[in-house]
Design a protein around this ligand. Sequence first.
Ligand SMILES: C[S@@+](CC[C@H](N)C(=O)[O-])C[C@H]1O[C@@H](n2cnc3c(N)ncnc32)[C@H](O)[C@@H]1O
Length: 195
Amino acid sequence: MITREKVRPKKVVLEIGSGHAPAPFKKDGVAISHDVAEYIAGDISEDNIEIAQEDLEDLKRERVGDGFEKMRVVQLDARDLKLPDNSVDEVLCNNLVTVIKFPVEMAMDATEKKLLHAESLGKALKEFFRVLKKDGILKISETIDPAAFLQYYGSVANFVDMVSSVSDLEFVSSVGEEQVSSGVDRASLSIIFKK
Ligand SMILES: C[S@@+](CC[C@H](N)C(=O)[O-])C[C@H]1O[C@@H](n2cnc3c(N)ncnc32)[C@H](O)[C@@H]1O
């Protein structure tokens, strides 16, 4: 008897602020899974993109079977993504959101920098909402200095509320909240939102 497996549509993943080494490039980077149709890694820095594009070509040869042929590396500004509405299943941000290095003048004082950061982050979060499909997810993963994070946002809950209110994305889950309040030097925080 022939059985037919339910064919699920494959995912489009956007990693934004991927630097010169998008997550799957890392030593412990896992393969791009079978359920991914396309993996777009984007960063604002031309230099980072150039390095990543060269490394991607090497990886396509060296890690055959790890799905790198489905990946493209592009220059993208999180605040103005040149991607259609409702076109992405997952947006991944690793160490982008809390340290987002939008054009900040050295001469600016801390208050000006904070305002510019908040404005830029707001634009980026709205863009993530726009490009995500319904039920698509935003995963924010940050390695942070808890003291600086708490000084800036007050608490993880405040940060979550800010993301939700700015973007309309719905909070799903978080990992690492207790690390942030435990007084360690570096904490790993991972938060998932859904459209
Ligand atoms: C701290 S690095 C993180 C790199 C990498 N994701 C990681 O975890 O190692 C932050 C990256 O975000 C990029 N970035 C900053 N502002 C951006 C923006 N508006 N749009 C896209 N990328 C941006 C920077 O160029 C930088 O590569």
